[in-house]
Ligand binder design. Structure first.
Ligand code: FAD
Length: 495
């Protein structure tokens, strides 16, 4: 086996690994990054980018209906689902190429294949062709990411680590003729993991990974889980005309967000025709040739729902290579690898960033953790990561965005809080642009901003300014001194 030496080796080419490798290489460290599938990770291939590409299509289509109020007649507007899928695929390619280009330009050595940590300072790299190589570096970063998780009554195969998760979950072998597997950038993987490449029948029970790549538009879908991923898919599907039902075990959808945001979003989703079943505890999900049957209990009564597809959105779990972690003595639990606020594991020279460390699983969080770590190792340490300033966005229509604490979280801490709220109804640009209902809610303690939620059109962009306010530790006085141009939607942030 040949040996190569680096200052830093990163395993995983998603947002966390990408940021760590790019920053380290840019700062002059000899850096190697290993990715076993494709540059950009979950975010580029199965997460942020494909979902937002599809939501853009459905939103543009749905917005056409609003034009009539302005006297514009869109005529008989229709859509081509295959074109939506092409847009999704193209955006994935653009995003992946962007990641690849930035790593190359920074000077990182990029390797496609599997990376396994042999010991602190040593990694075994295995290329697709199976050739092994030992790589050495004093600093190793684990950025393995996460994968969908589902309750035990859901019968989905989980491939072993080292294979593309869920590669074949959208097709099942069956006798007789059946639709071919849809085209996808994972075609090679799919062939490799196909139990029988002839006569595939579509699976009806899917996670987001496979659902994104369905070649034909589903007619009816029951979504298990009313949190972020569930409501984003529900929005897309309802906007393109599918019959959608969301099943949520808790009394509210988006249960970790402000209650008023959940109420507003529930109303809007119902207005779109989505049926919401909250406080419904599912105990079986059966896959038939033509569809699915979901059964459960709601307020003591049995409930059964049927649909063409079931989309399982019950969360994500860190992708943990248990054997390696145990052999290396790296502390972890089912919520992820344990790290301190410097991304250090308990083993000197081994760090972890992003979804594999648990917590809120977001691309920009992973990215900032990776960049701050590399900057601390090879730069002047001025790039900080602050957990309380990580914004989160739900790209439903209307979207919901938050930074910091919700009212309930702040009250649970026993703090005396002051709440300020502004409404879209009083904002002239929201009215002019037909933005619909919405609000911004601010939570202060002793004048200090603890958190803010925006529910309504434009929320994903508006929250960026408030994330800066949180990062800078802004108080009420600073926000009141902030001059916001008129007329803009941003004026909903004027206090
Ligand atoms: P990942 O992106 O999962 O990357 C890990 C990479 O490591 C993978 O490419 C994997 O192949 C590779 N890898 C693992 N083990 C090995 C190994 N041994 N050797 C080599 N390579 C290995 N986040 C947002 O911020 N905004 C959104 O709008 C958003 N939407 C989402 C929508 C969906 C449907 C999903 C599923 C997720 C979404 N996310 C979103 C979450 C976001 O995608 C993740 O938080 C982010 O990708 C995490 O980055 P990461 O680097 O930790 O891991």
């Amino acid at each position: 086996m040949s040996r190569e030496s680096f200052d830093l080796i990163v395993i995983g080419g998603g947002p966390g690994g990408h940021a760590a490798a790019e920053e380290a290489a840019r700062l002059g460290a000899r850096t190697c990054i290993i990715e076993e599938h494709a540059w950009g990770g979950t975010c580029t291939h199965r997460g942020c980018i494909p979902t937002k590409a599809l939501l853009t299509c459905s939103r543009r289509y749905a917005d056409l209906k609003k034009l009539k109020r302005l006297g514009i007649n869109p005529g008989d507007a229709g859509f081509d689902y295959a074109a939506f899928q092409r847009h999704r695929e193209q955006m994935i390619r653009v995003s992946a190429l962007g990641v690849e280009k930035s790593l190359k330009e920074a000077g990182a050595v990029m390797k496609i294949g599997n990376g396994r940590i042999l010991s602190p300072g040593q990694v075994c790299y295995t290329s697709g062709a199976g050739a092994g190589e030992v790589l050495e570096a004093s600093h190793l970063v684990i950025a393995w990411g996460a994968e969908p998780s589902w309750p035990s009554f859901v019968d989905l195969p989980r491939p072993p680590l080292g294979t593309y998760p869920q590669a074949m979950s959208h097709v099942l072998p069956a006798a007789g003729s059946a639709p071919a597997a849809p085209e996808s950038p994972w075609a090679d993987d799919e062939k490799k993991y196909a139990p029988d490449s002839a006569g595939l029948r579509p699976r009806r029970l899917l996670t987001s990974d496979a659902f994104l790549r369905l070649a034909t538009m589903p007619q009816s879908v029951v979504i298990l889980g009313g949190s972020v991923i569930g409501v984003e898919f529900a929005t897309f599907l309802a906007e393109v005309g599918a019959k959608v039902e969301i099943v949520e075990m808790l009394p509210n959808i988006i249960p970790y967000e402000e209650e008023d945001a959940a109420v507003l979003l529930a109303k809007e989703l119902q207005r779109m025709g989505i049926k919401l079943h909250t406080s419904l505890s599912v105990n079986s999900l059966e896959e038939k040739a033509e569809g699915v049957v979901m059964a459960g209990e709601q307020h003591g009564k049995g409930v059964a729902l049927e649909a063409e597809y079931a989309l399982v959105c019950t969360g994500r779990r860190p992708r943990l290579d248990e054997r390696s972690l145990r052999e290396l003595g790296i502390e972890h639990n089912r919520r992820g690898i344990t790290v301190n606020d410097r991304q250090e594991t308990n083993v000197t020279g081994i760090y972890a960033v992003g979804d594999v460390t648990g917590g809120i699983m977001l691309a920009h969080r992973a990215r900032q953790q990776g960049r701050a770590l590399a900057n601390r190792l090879f730069g002047d340490g001025t790039v900080a990561y602050r957990e309380e300033a990580v914004p989160s966005v739900i790209y439903s229509h209307p979207p919901v965005a938050r930074v910091g604490l919700t009212e309930r979280q702040a009250r649970e801490k026993g703090w005396d809080i002051e709440i300020r709220r502004t409404d879209y109804g009083a904002n002239i640009m929201a009215r002019t642009e037909l933005a619909g209902q919405g609000f911004a809610k601010f939570i202060f303690h002793d004048g200090r901003l603890l958190g803010a939620t925006i529910a309504g059109e434009g929320a994903p962009e508006l929250i960026a300014a408030l994330a800066l306010a949180m990062t800078a530790g802004a108080d009420l006085k600073t926000l009141q001194a902030w001059i916001i141009p008129h007329p803009t939607l941003s004026e909903v942030l004027r206090l």
